[in-house]
Design a protein around this ligand. Structure first.
Ligand SMILES: Cc1cc2nc3c(=O)[nH]c(=O)nc-3n(C[C@H](O)[C@H](O)[C@H](O)COP(=O)(O)OP(=O)(O)OC[C@H]3O[C@@H](n4cnc5c(N)ncnc54)[C@H](O)[C@@H]3O)c2cc1C
Length: 423
């Protein structure tokens, strides 16, 4: 394996290296949607022997808790491009993956604060240049599409007729199944204790069951990334943030069954879920959640507050009652965009984590582009250079031209509150 480290996105080239008799060419840690997508795409390219380890089993991390919205409305072109490429993969899932369909079509509406309409216009124009199918709709059009909603305060919204939602558990399981057919070795119940190094080079991992040698280790470890990467002297800027989701029985008057929405006015997102229910999620959550010991249910008062906020937009949500809740932890970075690329302190190690609440919808394209990075030395389908982990040390945080206030992680940027509409 060629181990020359380059700048920016040029992290690794895996072309034509030696295969170790007692180890793997590539060891991926983490079998969520990100690790399994990478395993599948590396195996498709025939990039050597691949081992995929997880301390639990496939999809059991945050992927299995994901609200799994699939939409393209982002403010940074690189994110939009990853979402556009991934949407194509989700829509063609049975043909591409030989699996049952995972994509459930539900058009998506993005409502922004009334003083951010210029940003909305600019972002929709940018998204269209990136290949997204999206249009601006006025109040009357929205009222016609969403008869049960209260949209008196919405003069303009973005509308994605081709959006939908999926399932994190199914996507990870399907990627893993295809990866295994292509020769990837899967080791569930295998906790990686540390990254093994010789000098400044990572040469494998230590697991509870012994060492695995590898020329390249890829950490797709989500909210668990910090302790693992500290073993090679790097503390990635990833903070944890607890989020709650309420699954609400739909009330008699209807109104939330045909669209999904992210709404900056009510600070909620919602989409239809199975069997007459609607999933309602939060923009905010407390920092510092322990990924191994976070509450498995949100307090009733918090869920009631969340549903009350969403019912300002969809009044019928207040009628049906809360059927159940989901909690989960986001891996937040200072600019709310992922870390994808070489770990700064060592060679032989990539990090692909810190997805800040958006990793599900872009997982197919992340797998594809990380495989390009490994195989060719740089990603070509979407430029991954802006996501390089070094950007924080360089002071080169991602700062889109028309960022919404909700997308600003203002605490990390010196502001007061914690914000984020990242789902
Ligand atoms: C409540 C909630 C709602 C969300 N909604 C959306 C949404 O609507 N749309 C969207 O796009 N995204 C959403 N997200 C975000 C999305 O789900 C995540 O970004 C994505 O699932 C992250 O995938 P991952 O593979 O990086 O992490 P995970 O799925 O957490 O996988 C990481 C894996 O690494 C393993 N691991 C960690 N450390 C070790 C170790 N030392 N040794 C071995 N194994 C290890 C873990 O066991 C785990 O399986 C949501 C997230 C949450 C929590």
């Amino acid at each position: 394996m060629d181990e020359a480290r380059g700048g920016a996105a040029e992290g690794w080239s895996a072309g034509g290296g030696a295969v170790r008799a007692d180890g793997a060419d590539i060891c991926i840690v983490g079998a969520g949607v990100i690790g399994t997508a990478i395993a599948y795409h590396l195996a498709r390219r025939g990039l050597g022997r691949i081992v995929l380890c997880d301390q639990g089993s496939v999809g059991e991390g945050m992927s299995g808790r994901s609200s799994a919205l699939i939409r393209m409305h982002y403010t940074f072109p690189g994110e939009v491009e990853l979402a556009v490429h991934s949407l194509r993969a989700f829509r063609a899932w049975p043909e591409v993956m030989g699996a049952l369909p995972v994509f459930r079509p539900v058009p998506f509406v993005r409502i922004v604060d009334p003083d951010e309409l210029e940003a909305l216009r600019a972002n929709v124009a940018m998204q269209r240049r990136c290949g997204a199918v999206v249009e601006l709709i006025d109040h009357d059009t929205l009222a016609g599409l969403a008869p049960g909603w209260d949209v008196d305060d919405v003069p303009l919204a973005a509308y994605e007729p081709e959006a939908g939602y999926g399932s994190g558990g199914q996507v990870a399981a399907d990627f893993l199944a295809r990866a295994r057919e292509l020769g990837v070795t899967y080791r569930p119940g295998t906790r990686v204790l540390d990254l093994r190094r010789q000098g400044d080079k990572v040469v494998g991992v230590t697991t509870q069951a012994g060492p695995i040698e590898a020329s390249l280790v890829i950490c797709a470890t989500g909210v668990w990334s910090r302790p693992l990467l500290r073993t090679v002297g790097w503390d990635p800027p990833i903070d944890t943030e607890l989020h709650a989701v309420a699954i609400v029985r739909r009330g008699g008057t209807g109104g939330a069954e045909q669209l999904s929405c992210i709404d900056s006015v009510t600070h909620t997102y919602f989409r239809p879920d199975v069997a007459g229910t609607t999933l309602v999620g939060s923009f905010y959550g407390p920092r510092g959640a322990d990924p191994d010991a976070f509450p498995q249910r949100a307090p009733d008062s918090e869920l009631a507050e969340l549903v009350a906020a969403a019912s300002r937009r969809v009044p019928s949500l207040a009628e049906g009652g809360i059927a159940r809740s989901v909690t989960g932890v986001y891996d937040m970075t200072p600019d709310t965009r992922p870390l994808i690329g070489p770990v700064p302190t060592v060679s032989g190690c990539l990090v692909v984590a810190g997805f800040s609440g958006m990793g599900f919808k872009i997982s197919p394209a992340v797998g594809l582009t990380v495989a390009e990075l490994v195989g060719d030395g740089r990603a070509t389908t979407v430029d991954l250079a802006p996501f390089r982990p070094e950007r924080f040390a360089e002071g080169a945080l991602i700062q889109p031209a028309h960022e919404y206030r909700d997308d600003l992680n203002s605490a990390a940027r010196g502001g007061g509150g914690l914000r984020g509409s990242r789902s």
